[in-house]
Ligand binder design. Structure first.
Ligand SMILES: Nc1ncnc2c1ncn2[C@@H]1O[C@H](COP(=O)(O)OP(=O)(O)OP(=O)(O)O)[C@@H](O)[C@H]1O
Length: 286
């Protein structure tokens, strides 16, 4: 019998029994049930292969779930066909690890491409966007701190700047929900924090919910309102960032080292940790 589904409030996401088994036989998700209220920024953590990317992609059906249901407000995403699904996808902005920009287009054109689901085919072919879209794109570029880069080609920007374009493009869609897949995996620690802060801020400004697939536990703890820990396709933790105790992290990640390295006890251990060879290492190598 399908699970009972009660009405949701505006802008909320609900996953009911979401399951994905790839044709290869990989069971990526097993019976994931989650509700994300409007405005909540949720961090999805878990070891490699836990199903984080699959979960994010099942929500907008870039990956087709094998079973279960996805609701955005009252719309059942999993029941939609071509046209309906296209319209529903506009409501979900996506931000990618590798930015997914069109490198040879300008920053502005990349942001405007967030409007492609809205403008007619002919307008999009000639990249003629309504003035309102262009004004809005300028405002978004200002918001993400890239006004003076509007006319640069995307491939002339740094990684952090590219991700800002990715964020502005997702917002140009005027989404109700952000799906964010490892937004900082290619960035240095400081830039990663800036990008996470920006995502948190724009969600707060717009009352947007977000699901953020995030590798770095410390970043998740610092910036996420709620954490969902996946292990082998199942939810093994769902709670506040403060609840990520060593025992919980071990449950999510297993015994592999998920946290800060243990402090070195001796100079020799410190050298080993830093990769500095000592006499014994050199003798072993000779
Ligand atoms: N296109 C695919 N075809 C077959 N199996 C897949 C496919 N994509 C993912 N998988 C498998 O599904 C499982 C979950 O993968 P997924 O990429 O969702 O995990 P993840 O938690 O995002 O991992 P990572 O952090 O390494 O990106 C893994 O066993 C993976 O090998």
């Amino acid at each position: 019998m399908p699970p009972t589904v009660s009405p949701t409030t505006a802008g909320s996401l609900r996953l009911v029994g979401l399951t994905k088994r790839y044709r290869t036989g990989d069971q990526a998700l097993s019976d994931v049930t989650l509700e994300v209220p409007p405005g909540q920024v949720l961090g999805l953590i878990g070891p490699s292969g836990a199903g984080k990317s699959t979960l994010i992609r099942c929500i907008n059906r870039l990956v087709e779930p094998s079973a279960g249901r996805v609701f955005l407000d009252e719309t059942e995403i999993t029941a939609l066909h071509a046209g309906g699904l296209r319209r529903a996808r506009r409501r979900m902005g996506m931000i990618f690890q590798e930015y997914a920009l069109v490198e040879r287009l300008t920053v502005m054109e990349n942001v405007l491409s967030g409007r492609l689901g809205y403008v007619s085919f002919w307008r999009s072919l000639f990249r003629r966007f309504p003035p309102r879209d262009i004004e809005n794109a300028f405002r978004l570029l200002e918001r993400v701190g890239l006004t003076e880069h509007a006319d640069k080609r995307a491939d002339a920007l740094s990684g952090g700047q590219r991700q800002r374009v990715g964020i502005a493009r997702a917002l140009a869609q005027e989404p109700e929900l952000l799906l964010v897949d490892e937004p900082t995996a290619s960035l240095d620690p400081k830039t990663s924090r800036q990008i996470m802060r920006l995502i948190r801020e724009v969600c707060a400004e717009r009352g947007l919910a977000a699901i953020v697939n995030i590798h770095d536990v410390a970043l998740a703890q610092q910036f996420m309102m709620r954490i969902v820990g996946l292990r082998a396709g199942r939810v093994v933790y769902d709670g506040p960032p403060e609840g990520l105790t060593p025992a919980v992290l071990t449950e999510i990640y297993g015994e592999e080292d998920w946290g800060p390295l243990k402090p070195a006890q001796t100079d020799e251990e410190a050298d080993d940790a830093a990769g500095i060879p000592d006499d014994q290492d050199i003798a072993r190598a000779l």
